[in-house]
Write a protein that binds this ligand. Structure first.
Ligand code: PMP
Length: 359
């Protein structure tokens, strides 16, 4: 068996102990004579798995009791639609911060539902910068405010989160469980699982329960948060395999020391890479220094030809997934929680050698 260093943006690397455990339990789960994928989502075994998964997530993230935790289908993309459908009240407006491609997708969905104010945009700066809280002017009386905490494509993040009068909603798909913050500042957070939480095909949402009451009855039953609260994530058949693996990832994160410990490791990993990028003009880091993501590090080389060679030779050396998103090109190293520090060290070593040969 040969495991590579996988820098892909998502689906992304999973902790090796999680894969090993899942492998060992694949054919006969807890002496049931079947795999987790083959059993009822309403049976005793899965019931315990989903309840424990939720409890561990609550512990990891410090989620208070007045918030519901949901396992939902449809990716973060479905949340772009569900948020305005549930929260954008008739006659009111919602504030959106346009930090990049993902924030923009959320804005497009909100515009279909109701009045949407884009109160800040990084588009003119090619989405390479995120706002400081002091730069944001939220609209008084807004139904809610929406941000994307980490933009996976450009590789930027909110250095600090704003305090808002309106309920604050965040797409945390690419940095959930990687940095500490005061959970109470948010009314709703959501994240696709395939970066920091588990396999693709499942989305986590944590929402303050009182907010779910305002959803109008004109919204289809399936798209109401309260539907999924009243039949806790079992209104339709959930991604049982995803929930199970998510639970194993929670075990792993808690064993590592939780989010604070991950943040320390993530900062050290990202610093190693940014220090290398800053040390020579051969490398051209994309994001503004103040907005640099700890999860997705993006940079350019002097030419596209060199970038293509870099990606290919890195893959040959066992460093895979470094090609930037197809919409922007360049190089992107995604170094989520489960990405090992040794992999970043290997990349830095490869970069020094590549620069010596091509610089
Ligand atoms: N938001 C962010 C920040 C993302 O990175 C992604 C996926 N890369 C999405 C939303 C969309 O997620 P999904 O494809 O699971 O709907």
């Amino acid at each position: 068996m040969r495991r590579i260093y996988n820098f892909a943006a998502g689906p992304a690397v999973l902790p090796l102990p999680v894969l090993e455990k899942a492998g060992s339990e694949l054919l006969d789960f807890q002496s049931s004579g079947m795999s987790i994928m083959e059993m009822s989502h309403r049976g005793e075994i899965f019931d315990a798995i989903i309840k424990e998964a939720e409890a561990k997530f609550r512990r990891l993230m410090g989620i208070p009791d007045d918030y519901a935790v949901l396992f939902l289908p449809g990716g973060a993309s479905q949340q772009f639609a569900m948020v305005p459908l549930n929260l954008l009240l008739p006659g009111r407006s919602a504030d959106y911060v346009d930090t990049g491609s993902w924030a923009w997708r959320a804005i497009e969905e909100a515009k279909i539902v109701g009045r949407t104010n884009v109160i800040w945009s990084g588009r003119d700066k090619r989405y390479m910068t995120a706002p400081k809280p002091s730069q944001l002017r939220f609209t008084p009386g807004a139904a809610y405010a929406h941000i994307c905490s980490n933009e996976t494509i450009a590789g930027i993040r909110f250095p600090a989160f704003p305090e808002t009068e309106a309920p604050l909603v965040a797409d945390m798909s690419s940095d959930i469980a990687s940095r500490t913050f005061d959970f109470r500042r948010f009314a709703l957070i959501y994240a696709s699982a395939q970066k920091n939480l588990g396999p693709a095909g499942m989305t986590l949402a944590a929402i303050r329960k009182d907010l779910t009451e305002r959803c109008p009855d004109t919204v289809n039953v399936f798209f109401r948060y309260r539907t999924h609260i009243s039949e806790p994530s079992l209104y339709n058949t959930p991604n049982t395999w995803g929930v199970y693996l998510f639970g194993l990832v929670m075990d792993w994160l808690l064993e590592q020391g939780g989010v604070a410990a991950m943040e320390k490791l993530n900062t050290a990993k990202a610093d190693m890479l940014y220090d290398t990028l800053d040390a020579s003009p051969f490398w051209r880091p994309c994001a503004d220094k103040d907005s640099r993501s700890l999860m997705n590090v993006t940079w350019r080389l002097p030419s596209e030809e060199l970038e293509n060679r870099f990606v290919k030779e890195a893959a040959d050396a066992g460093l895979d997934g470094l090609k930037g998103h197809r919409s922007v090109g360049g190089i992107r190293a995604s170094i989520y929680n489960a990405f090992p520090a040794e992999g970043v060290k290997a990349l830095v070593g490869f970069m020094k050698e590549f620069e010596r040969k091509n610089g």
